[in-house]
Design a binder for this molecule. Structure first.
Ligand code: CAP
Ligand code: MG
Length: 347
């Protein structure tokens, strides 16, 4: 069923997303007279949307910086793995190898913040130094999204430290931190870097098909708050969902929406070269395809893993089947032998 609320109920200016959620996604979930209830979508009028910054950059600006505006190919991202435990020097080495191999974007994993074994300040300085070196060798720009997830005051300090050391993207786990933190950073004119938004914990409310909140709602709210890139889910991968659903969710990040800039949808989770084409087929080319284990787990290491992913992207762009392309591209050939490949059936 569709429920309409009067506009004046919403205090979008000072209440922001917390106020919207308290109204449309509040106590209803706990009512003992309801066995199950699920929020499938939210439609917000311009009178509400106008109070939100939306993405500062959007897909077009990110493509301009990465140099992919002309060819329109999907971006390739990686998550530094193992997810925790590496020192700043080790993290920088992985980042350098991935950059040389061909990624456009590198991110911290969602559990890495400012732990003692890998302090944020030292990590950012060393990774950015490694990416500068990679740039001087390849001419390619690579984004590094630094995870500043944390309590509000330290989060703002981490943003400042990260930017001072050259960070060119900031990452936040939105559900554990709060939509307001994203909005706070997105609307700050002095913070001139894009935001990558992770949604760890989302499945606690999005997974049950009978109860909770659909990822479509989370995606719209991430865009409203200011996500330049946001995890929207993969069509093939370790956390894949129904094809039609995933397409709809990725599209919500890119559709016209009361003049807001677009959000680059990110497909992540168990991605490897053998399922790259399957994801593009469903989710399109305006997509960041993100592989952690599917890059660093390549038998020849991170650099070859990144190259194999890039080759799978090139194959797709040249409309050549991945297996065919692999015959003349060794890193891809080894990857397909290691992980196999898969196509999707529409469901
Ligand atoms: C992927 C990932 C991401 C999930 C998030 C992980 O790594 O870094 O956090 O994909 O899921 O830790 O699993 P791998 P979603 O490539 O090594 O699997 O995008 O669905 O929110
Ligand atoms: Mg992760």
């Amino acid at each position: 069923m569709t429920v309409a609320f009067p506009d004046e109920l919403f205090d979008a200016e000072s209440g922001g997303i917390p106020n919207i959620l308290s109204i449309v996604a509040g106590n209803l979930f706990g009512l003992s007279s309801l066995k199950n209830v699920r929020l499938l979508d939210v439609e917000l009028p311009k009178s509400v949307v106008q109070f939100f910054p939306g993405p500062k950059f959007g897909i077009r600006e990110l493509r301009k910086i990465a140099g992919t505006l002309e060819n329109g190919r999907p971006h390739l991202g990686t998550i530094v793995k193992p997810k925790v435990g590496l020192t700043p020097d080790e993290t920088a080495r992985v980042a350098y190898e991935a950059a040389i191999g061909g990624v456009d974007f590198i991110k911290d994993d969602e559990t890495l913040g400012n732990q003692k074994f890998c302090p944020l300040e030292d990590r950012v300085a060393k990774v950015m130094e490694a990416l500068d070196k990679a740039k001087s060798e390849t001419g390619r720009h690579v984004f590094y999204a630094v995870n500043v997830t944390g309590k509000y005051d330290s989060l703002m300090k981490m943003v400042e430290v990260a930017i001072r050391h050259g960070a060119n993207m900031i990452m936040i786990d939105v559900l554990t931190t709060g939509f307001s933190a994203v909005q706070r950073i997105a609307q700050d004119p002095s913070i001139k870097v894009p935001l990558h938004i992770h949604r760890t914990m989302h499945a606690a409310m999005t997974r049950n098909p009978r109860h909770g909140v659909h990822t479509l709602v989370i995606t719209k709210l991430m865009r409203l708050a200011g996500a330049d890139q946001a995890h929207t889910g993969a069509a093939a991968g370790k956390m894949e969902k129904a094809v039609k659903e995933q397409r709809k969710v990725a599209q919500a990040a890119r559709d016209d929406w009361h003049g807001l800039k677009t959000t680059f949808p990110v497909a992540s989770g168990g991605i490897h070269p053998g399922i790259v084409a399957a994801n593009f087929e469903v989710l399109g080319n305006d997509l960041v395809i993100n592989a952690g284990g599917g890059i660093h787990g390549h038998p020849l290491g991170t650099r070859a893993g990144a190259t194999a992913m890039r080759q799978a992207i090139d194959a797709w762009m040249e409309k050549i089947p991945t297996v065919e392309y692999a015959k003349t591209h060794d890193d891809l050939k080894i990857a397909l032998k290691h992980w196999g490949r898969r196509y999707l059936r529409e469901d």
